[in-house]
Design a binder for this molecule. Structure first.
Ligand code: COA
Length: 500
């Protein structure tokens, strides 16, 4: 493309001279560097330079620490893993090839609360970042970066890095300009309160302010974000949504909530997406989202007239929804804002706004401890993501899961979780397709009774009831049979099923 045609995208004329091929930019990365890369749940990721890095590593091996916002699209984590480029990776991933390398111990994965990474960078507990590689829709006259479909950690990466490589993605509409609100908290301990008082507050700038001299290279790309891989809901996710609608209805009847509820957060994946979509069937209106990722369900709620505003750090859609939303973006734009992930997930704001957090568990136990990350206590699935940021600080911390996994070989409700991401202290409500357990103000023995009666699949209920009854006979505030606590997981390993 003629550089003159890029003037709407690169508005600082001197920067036009820094346009290079992806291979040239990839060659700037040296062995041992710490790289901060854009990308959050497949949205707004750098798409050309990381692929050129993977190609280069085949003949010129090098390794890096890669920090992103969250998961990447375009198989980038797979390609970087296969080329052995990743020595360390944080704070989240969702790629099957990388997952296997992590579980083989080949890539050191730091599974981190998503709000925390840039706090560690800013306070020199991590870093420094050698290069930030970030996607942008445009560069302003002053060198400011206008992000695309996610912000994630990119703003702080670009501001803190020694050098920045920018990918200008021509497929990302210029209409994204104005969507973002970049606010970076000050240094501690003299930091001022973050002045964000409502989901739709704008407290920062619509671009990432950086000195143009830091931009080492600009690469032009033209490839859309990878499509989200969430599956359609099913009868179980519908049942989970119905239980939640009934629960919220009771909260409204008891005067604790009104029909606009409190601002909602919904986690990643198929279940959270379907459950949020299911809220369209309830009597609620003027809902607000203060979330991390906006999935397809956000736009179903907008179109159903149920949602009045959505704040997040990324927009990650399936292919048909991406087509629908981005070809009508002006219809939604004034009801949306994207923020850095430390702001979308900030404990101070989650607590202040009184968020209702809905996240997904792999398994939970009879006392309400939740495992969202580790299969059989050892094998990493994706990571804790933002679920801990929200669960610890929410007005209501809700976890959902189907009661069974892998047909009926696994019960998602077990005597003791094999790994703890969210302790019982951070969990208010548990929901499966079987029913809902309201754990608020309940002691462990009461919690166990509610969970066994309401959430466990009938094919495992007697088995779990038997465990609890025998544990209770032995005594304790939180009764357990330690020698049997993981027997369900061990039985599945030995026989293929948790069934006794
Ligand atoms: N033991 C072993 N595997 C289990 C399981 C269990 N108890 N429960 C579910 N699984 C498996 C499923 O069988 C499925 O496997 P498959 O990919 O081979 O089909 C996989 O886990 C995903 O489960 P699914 O039921 O499809 O749920 P999901 O797509 O909604 O994802 C999580 C669920 C927990 C993996 C996902 O939500 C996650 O990674 N959460 C942690 C991060 C997070 O919560 N972020 C939120 C802030 S935005």
């Amino acid at each position: 493309m003629n550089p003159a045609d890029l003037s709407a995208r690169i508005r600082h004329p001197a920067l036009l001279e820094r346009i290079v091929a992806p291979e040239i930019a990839a060659a700037m990365i040296e062995d041992g560097m710490i790289i901060g890369m854009s990308g959050f749940t497949k949205a707004g990721d750098a798409k050309a330079v990381p692929i050129a890095m993977a190609e280069r590593a085949r003949t010129d091996p090098f390794q890096i620490t890669l920090i992103t916002g969250a998961s990447l699209g375009h198989d980038i984590d797979r390609m970087l893993t296969e080329a052995h480029v990743l020595s360390r990776r944080m704070p989240f991933q969702a790629d099957p090839t990388l997952r296997k390398a992590i579980n083989r111990g080949e890539v050191m994965f730091i599974d981190q609360h998503l709000s925390e990474t840039v706090e560690h960078l800013r306070s020199n507990q991590l870093g420094p970042i050698d290069y930030a590689i970030v996607e942008a829709a445009a560069i302003t006259e002053d060198g400011g970066l206008i992000p695309t479909t996610s912000i994630g950690n990119s703003a702080s990466f670009a501001m803190l890095a020694k050098k920045v490589i920018v990918e200008i993605n021509l497929s990302q509409p210029l209409g994204l300009d104005g969507l973002h609100d970049i606010y970076i908290p000050g240094k501690r301990p003299t930091r001022a309160p973050i002045p964000l008082m409502a989901c739709d507050s704008r407290v920062g700038t619509p671009y990432v302010p950086i000195a143009p001299e830091k931009i080492a290279a600009i690469v032009i790309t033209n490839e859309i974000d990878s499509a989200s891989s969430v599956l359609p809901g099913d009868s179980e996710t519908s049942a989970i949504a119905r239980h939640l609608i009934a629960f919220f209805g009771n909260e409204v009847a008891s005067g604790r909530l009104d029909l606009t509820l409190q601002p909602l957060q919904a986690g990643i994946g198929t279940i959270a997406n379907s459950v949020l979509k299911g809220l369209a069937d309830g009597p609620f209106h003027h809902l607000r989202l203060y979330s991390e990722v906006l999935q397809d369900s956000t736009f179903d709620l907008f179109d159903a007239g149920k949602l009045s505003f959505a704040s997040a750090s990324s927009i990650t859609l399936s292919a048909p929804y991406a087509e629908r939303v981005f070809s009508n973006f002006e219809r939604y734009k004034d009801k949306l804002v994207l923020r850095p992930q430390e702001i979308s997930n900030h404990p101070e704001i989650i607590r202040r706004l009184g968020i209702i957090g809905i996240n997904t568990a792999l398994e939970f136990d009879i006392y309400g401890n939740v495992n969202s990350t580790h299969v059989d206590g050892s094998n990493m699935m994706n990571g804790i993501g933002g679920s801990g940021d929200f669960a610890r600080n929410a007005y209501l911390s809700i976890f959902v899961t189907k009661s069974l996994a892998k047909n009926d070989d696994i019960s998602s409700v077990v005597p003791m979780v094999s790994h703890v991401d969210h302790t019982e202290h951070d969990v208010d409500i548990l929901v499966t397709e079987i029913g809902l357990a309201d754990l608020r103000n309940r002691a462990p023995r009461e919690r166990a009774r509610l969970i066994i009666d309401n959430c466990v699949h009938p094919s495992y209920r007697a088995q779990l009831d038997d465990y609890f009854t025998r544990a209770t006979a032995r005594g304790g505030h939180t009764p357990h049979l330690l020698e049997e606590a993981f027997s369900w997981h061990m039985r599945r390993k030995a026989t293929g099923s948790m069934k006794a």
